[in-house]
Every structure is written in structure tokens, then in C-alpha cells.
Design a protein around this ligand. Structure first.
Ligand code: MRU
Length: 355
């Protein structure tokens, strides 16, 4: 997508360095950050300089390419690669795309006949993963746009736009595609406490695309749905279990229940790489717990134009911060992948042949 008329991907590789948009600073500043080693890339994933399932998958793929480039050219090669993969695996636990990308690049490294061939293969696979990610978003956009009528009012939670992928996004891709087809849409962007990906990132993306929208407080969605002001909900996903249960940003579950109660279609948009065929249902999906500071503080721009953070609660109050929740499949109207649109109960038609 474009920023100031220039096409950007969220994350890419230049020589041995991984480069990415620094998402901590959006919407207030636009900066690219350089990550010279796989440890820097892992730290950027852990601290959410890059975030969103698809984007951290692509970043982890490039991180694995860095591992192969850095590994010593002798008998220590395999051990360095295994340790590097483990460092990247330990960054964040919920997003399936992270593990999918690490395993794909690792598979190429292990199958190569020499360290030199392994390096070439790792860089090539990481690049392919990023291209596949962008292409999946575009295909999801094309398929999902047909679900949105001219004039539709769409609610989304968190950020599953192009910043959460390499390009296009998942939940926002159908909105971008429908808007390009000339449909007039209005988007309600849940602010998405505690890190406010909706207020900061989704709103910034929608501004860039010129799509009319409003940020709403997280607890306003039920009110709007009950009053008939929402025609569809589209969210992304961090991991989809084999039975169609969906893990996504905390707060998604309650939006799905309220949508169901009010007869509003609830769509989940995600590439196939987000489906975890090894998790039979949502209970098997690991849910990340993050720092209580994300709840106790808010970050933003002061009236003086400085980035700052302020504390919300009393100094002695503690907080809980589960980062994701699971929406049972029965609340999901359909899942949109790059291969088609299916009810959760039909997901198995895309299962790999080995299953
Ligand atoms: O914690 P984050 O920002 O990495 O969370 C991931 C998400 O952005 C959302 O859960 C999103 O809806 C799905 S990821 C495309």
C-alpha cells in the first residue's frame, strides 16, 4: 500500500538486514527501522515494532534467513541454525504464521546440501513467504469484497490491515478492494485496548486509503449493533483451530456473541497459513499474556507534539493482560481465505492431504 505516494511493504530484506515500518510510532511518525541480525529481528517481533500475525510471520521468515547468513561455515552451522530458530519461536506464542514461516525456512535449510546452498535457499524461501503473504491478502480482498454491498457499514476489531501483513491485510483487504470497486463504505474501528491497534493503526490505514471511518470505544460495538447500524463485522485471526474456533485480539469473542445475538454476519479473514491443523479446537491455542503496563498506561501524542505515556490507575493497582481470546466456531458466519469462503464446519476441505 502507499504512504505519501510511495509503495511500502510492512517488512522486507535488503542484503543481510531486515527493514520494517516501526509500528510503535504510527500514527504520529513514519520511520523505517534496520535490523542487522536475527536477534534484532526477534527483539522487534517480541516488542511489537512489527506485529500482526502475517507481518510477524514474514519477519520471522526473514529472521531465519539472517540466521542462515550469520551461521559459521563449519560443523557449528546446524547448532547455530537450531538456536536461531528457537530464539525466533520464543518471541510470541499465539500467531500461527510465526511458526509456519520458521518451519518453512528451516525445512529449506535442513534439506540443502551445504551451508552455501542453505543460505541461498533460506533467503529465497523467506522472500517467497512474503510474496505469498501479500498475494493471499489481495485474493482475500477480492473474494471478501463480494460480501460487502454498496453503502455497507463494517465493524472491525484490532488491526488486520496491511500493517499486520506484508501488504493488503486480511480483514481490511475486502474493504480496500470494495472501495476501489467504487462501493461507498463506512468503517467502525474498535479502539482495541490495551495497545489500541484499532485507534492507532487501523484508523491510520483508513486515512491513507481515504475510507470514511470512526474510532469507537471498545464497549460501543454492542450498542451500534443493537441499533442496526452495523451491516457486517470482519476481523482477522492469529490462529484458527481445525474445528473453526478462532483466536484473535482480546475482545473479539464478545463482538462475535453480540453480532450473533443481533443477526449481524461475523466474518473472519485469514490466509491458510493461519490455520493450525494440529490444534483440534480453540482450547489448544496458547494465549499470550503481556505486561500489565500495557493496561496501566496509555501512550500517545501530547498537545505539545511529544510522544509520551501516562498512567491510568492508582499507583498500587495491578492489571491482567491476556492478549487474545477464542471465538467458538458457532459464532463465525464464514472464514475468508485466499482459496475461498467457507463456513467453519467446512474448513477441513482445505486440510493438507496428510490429514
Ligand atoms: O498483538 P498483535 O497486534 O500482534 O495482534 C494481532 C492482531 O493484529 C490481531 O489479533 C489481528 O486481528 C489478527 S492478525 C492479522
Amino acid at each position: 500500500m502507499k504512504v505519501g505516494g510511495v509503495h511500502y511493504r510492512t517488512v522486507w530484506m535488503e542484503g543481510p538486514a531486515v527493514r520494517m515500518i516501526n509500528q510503535h510510532l504510527i500514527p504520529h511518525r513514519f520511520e523505517i527501522i534496520d535490523l542487522p541480525t536475527h536477534r534484532d529481528t526477534a527483539e522487534a517481533i517480541r516488542t511489537m515494532i512489527v506485529r500482526g500475525a502475517g507481518a510477524i510471520g514474514a519477519a520471522a521468515g526473514y529472521g531465519m534467513a539472517q540466521v542462515a547468513l550469520e551461521a559459521p561455515d563449519d560443523e557449528r552451522f546446524s547448532q547455530y541454525v537450531a538456536q536461531g530458530a528457537e530464539t525466533l519461536r520464543q518471541t510470541r506464542p499465539t500467531a500461527q504464521d510465526l511458526f509456519y514461516a520458521i518451519d518453512r525456512v528451516l525445512g529449506g535449510i535442513v534439506a540443502a546440501s551445504s551451508p552455501v546452498a542453505a543460505r541461498e535457499e533460506a533467503v529465497a524461501i523467506a522472500g517467497r513467504l512474503a510474496d505469498e503473504n501479500a498475494a493471499a491478502g489481495e485474493a482475500i480482498g477480492r473474494l471478501g469484497a463480494d460480501l460487502l454491498a454498496d453503502g455497507a457499514r463494517v465493524l472491525t476489531h484490532c488491526n488486520a490491515g496491511w500493517l499486520a501483513f506484508v501488504d493488503w491485510g486480511s480483514a481490511l483487504a475486502p474493504i480496500y478492494m470494495a472501495a476501489r470497486q467504487g462501493k461507498r463504505l463506512f468503517v467502525y474501528a474498535d479502539e482495541t485496548r490495551p495497545r489500541c491497534q484499532g485507534a492507532r493503526l487501523t484508523a491510520w490505514e483508513l486515512c491513507g486509503e481515504g475510507i470514511p471511518h470512526a474510532i469507537i470505544a471498545d464497549n460501543a460495538a454492542g450498542h451500534l449493533m443493537r441499533r442496526g447500524q452495523v451491516d457486517a463485522v470482519i476481523v482477522g485471526s492469529d490462529r484458527i483451530a481445525a474445528n473453526g474456533d478462532v483466536a484473535n485480539k482480546i475482545g473479539t469473542y464478545e463482538k462475535a456473541v453480540v453480532a450473533h445475538e443481533n443477526g449481524v454476519p461475523f466474518y473472519v479473514a485469514a490466509p491458510e497459513s493461519t490455520i493450525d491443523w494440529e490444534s483440534p479446537d480453540g482450547d489448544a491455542i496458547p494465549i499470550e499474556e503481556r505486561s500489565e503496563d500495557e493496561v496501566l498506561y496509555v501512550e500517545g501524542l501530547s498537545d505539545a507534539g511529544e510522544l509520551c505515556r501516562v498512567r491510568l490507575g492508582p499507583a498500587e493497582t495491578r492489571a491482567l493482560n491476556p492478549a487474545f481470546d477464542v471465538t467458538p466456531a458457532r459464532y463465525v458466519t464464514a472464514i475468508i481465505t485466499q482459496r475461498g469462503i467457507a463456513a467453519p464446519s467446512e474448513l477441513s476441505r482445505w486440510a493438507p492431504p496428510s490429514r
